[in-house]
Design a protein around this ligand. Structure first.
Ligand SMILES: Nc1ncnc2c1ncn2[C@@H]1O[C@H](COP(=O)(O)OP(=O)(O)OP(=O)(O)O)[C@@H](O)[C@H]1O
Length: 341
């Protein structure tokens, strides 16, 4: 759907040349939510603005649905941009226009008739959960509601792609979650491809299918969100994963937990993908005569299933514990055992 090849952007300033995006290659599939994460200055904003040529590339290509965006003349670019909605950190609404008129704006530009426009705007207002607020001005709305207007406006011309430039960075955690839920809802309902940039791993975890990690203008790591959470390779990626998970391996190693809990067997369970849905712990306590204590752990949901670690203590008859352990080995849950002696 989107193919990015050798994409570079160099800013020429008085003092120096800044290579904000440096030979980026990426491929984004139709209908997926693709996240690009990086710290401040990594080049994320420049990257996303290159996709619709709000920034002109210095080198390379961006192909969207077999159309090379970098080669389009002004008129064709204007039409191509109608296929690429965009939302922004600070919403970029027109403050003197109502919610209705903000959403109608791109339809006016596209030349849609007044009656059709009215129907389309009302449809969009319902889609983003702002029914009854069409007559309000942006100043009368909360941050989350402003972003909903931004989303409705971005979707007005039925784009194929939605670009999100730090769309939740100005919002509190609860409002962030409600906007992320809305994006997932829209992705499901409309099959829209979503490309987002963020510095928050929570955003990636909650809604993205795949992720690329950027550092100094380059993609240093990419893959399925669950894989990147499980096997982060680069230091920068490990820091992002720690943002969400903490670091259970470092702070709560089996050895450390063993020092605290002196009886039974301490077991570290690692859940990946769908496996948490098996409700393993209740199954174990039903099937085996073993006392199970949950000691510590963190399990989190991603778009591709659950992922996390749980430390449990098994007390009881050794043979029964061994049978329970043998049973766990038949499931998709990975385990490490550390017997207390
Ligand atoms: N118009 C510009 N002129 C000169 N340098 C620029 C310009 N825009 C960005 N840069 C530089 O390019 C690099 C990447 O900036 P960019 O804003 O793309 O990063 P970012 O990852 O989005 O960071 P942030 O989240 O802080 O915006 C930075 O070193 C920045 O100073």
């Amino acid at each position: 759907m989107i193919s990015i090849k050798d994409l570079s952007k160099v800013f020429h300033t008085k003092d120096q040349d800044v290579r904000a995006v440096d030979k980026m290659d990426l491929s984004i599939e139709k209908g997926e939510i693709f996240g690009v994460i990086g710290y401040s200055g990594a080049g994320k904003s420049t990257f996303i603005r290159l996709l619709n040529r709000l920034e002109e590339p210095s080198d390379g290509n961006v192909t969207i649905d077999n159309q090379d965006v970098t080669k389009l003349n002004k008129n064709k670019l204007r039409l191509a941009r109608q296929e690429m909605g965009m939302i922004f950190q600070h919403f970029n609404l027109l403050w003197s226009r109502t919610v209705f008129d903000n959403i109608a704006f791109p339809l006016e530009i596209a030349g849609m008739k007044k009656e059709d426009r009215k129907n389309r705007v009302n449809e969009l207002i319902d889609l983003v959960g702002l029914s009854g607020r069409g007559g309000s001005y942006p100043s009368q709305l909360s941050g989350g509601q402003k972003q909903r207007v931004g989303i409705a406006r971005a979707l007005a011309n039925n784009p194929k792609v939605l670009l999100c430039d730090e769309a939740t960075s100005a919002l509190d955690p609860e409002t962030t979650d409600s906007i992320l839920d809305l994006l997932v809802d829209i992705n499901n309902k409309l099959g829209l491809t979503i490309v987002l940039i963020t510095h928050e791993m929570h955003v990636i975890r909650k809604i993205c299918h795949r992720v690329a990690v950027m550092e100094q203008g380059q993609v240093v790591e990419s893959g399925d969100v669950l894989d990147v959470f499980l096997y982060p390779k680069q230091q920068v990626t490990k820091r992002f994963v720690d943002q969400v998970m903490g670091d259970p391996d470092r702070k709560h190693s089996l050895e450390l937990i063993n020092e605290t809990y002196k009886t039974g067997e301490i077991i570290k369970l690692h859940f990946v993908g769908e496996s948490t849905n098996q409700a393993l712990i209740s199954e174990l306590s039903r099937k085996f005569d073993v006392d199970i204590n949950i000691l510590h752990g963190k399990i989190t949901q991603t778009q591709k299933g659950a992922y996390g670690t749980l430390f449990v203590q098994f007390n009881g008859d050794k043979g029964e514990i061994d049978r329970a352990i043998a049973y766990i080995k038949t499931t998709s849950v990975q385990l490490e055992v550390s017997p207390n002696v």
